[in-house]
Write a protein that binds this ligand. Sequence first.
Ligand SMILES: NC(=O)C1=CN([C@@H]2O[C@H](COP(=O)(O)OP(=O)(O)OC[C@H]3O[C@@H](n4cnc5c(N)ncnc54)[C@H](O)[C@@H]3O)[C@@H](O)[C@H]2O)C=CC1
Ligand SMILES: CC(=O)C(C)=O
Length: 257
Amino acid sequence: MTVAHVTGAARGIGRAIALRLAQDGHNVALSDLPSMSAELEATRQEAQAHGVRSVALHGDVSDLASVRALVADTAERLGSLDVMVANAGIAQTKALLDVSPQEYDRVHAVNGRGVFLCYTEAARQMIAQGSGGKIIGAASIAGHKGFALLGVYSSSKFAVRALTQAAAQEWAPHGITVNAYCPGIVDTAMWVEIDRDLGAINGVDTGESMREMAAGITLGRVSTGDDVAKLVSFLAGPDSDYMTGQSVLVDGGMLFV
Ligand SMILES: NC(=O)C1=CN([C@@H]2O[C@H](COP(=O)(O)OP(=O)(O)OC[C@H]3O[C@@H](n4cnc5c(N)ncnc54)[C@H](O)[C@@H]3O)[C@@H](O)[C@H]2O)C=CC1
Ligand SMILES: CC(=O)C(C)=O
């Protein structure tokens, strides 16, 4: 049985991925910030109901010591690390002229450095194990197009795509594939926050910004976490063995690139 680690697994897309990977038969290590421990434990219990082993771990993906411990604990408690899903991320909805250098750094610390640390620490473990692996990161449609009022967030997601391409080339000799998923508008707590902040900036009612963005979705609805989890299930399994360095849109047809 393979072992998958999912960061940011307490809620939203990470939770959906955790449950789908458990359903697929992976043993799962699920991690999130300590402040999310109740939600994380609920996800872990749901995952375990699929008949796999599961552990809940706490850590901050922006911190090297923390990510090292997450990887080491996964291998120690579940026997190996075969799939890393670097899902944790934060949003920021602000005009560029209003973003302080500290605010810029925080977004990149979680979304950029966090993915870098999860990718590299997972790769070190997989290389030591000697049996390859699958590394998967959270990018976004905002990693394909810079969105107004989401400029710093968008730049952090472009970074994920670049890291994914470079890592794929560097670690192919070790049998490790590296790919990213690029959701569009997913109905999670993150989008509730973005909708609220866009509404405040543009002076429109709650829900209006999401409705406006959703109007551009070819398939006519916003995404669920499960829509994204289906793609991650494929990327984590053997059917994607001949795929690496890709950042795959799963956006209902918002961007055509
Ligand atoms: N919701 C959306 O429309 C889209 C989301 N994404 C990306 O998908 C990923 C998941 O997004 P959602 O589930 O919507 O977000 P969310 O805000 O609902 O969940 C994110 C999870 O990550 C955790 N987290 C945040 N900072 C962390 C840190 N420093 N260390 C460890 N965990 C941390 C949070 O506690 C939370 O449980 C993110 O990377 C996001 O940027 C990409 C495209 C669209
Ligand atoms: C949260 C996110 O990535 C977008 C584009 O909405």
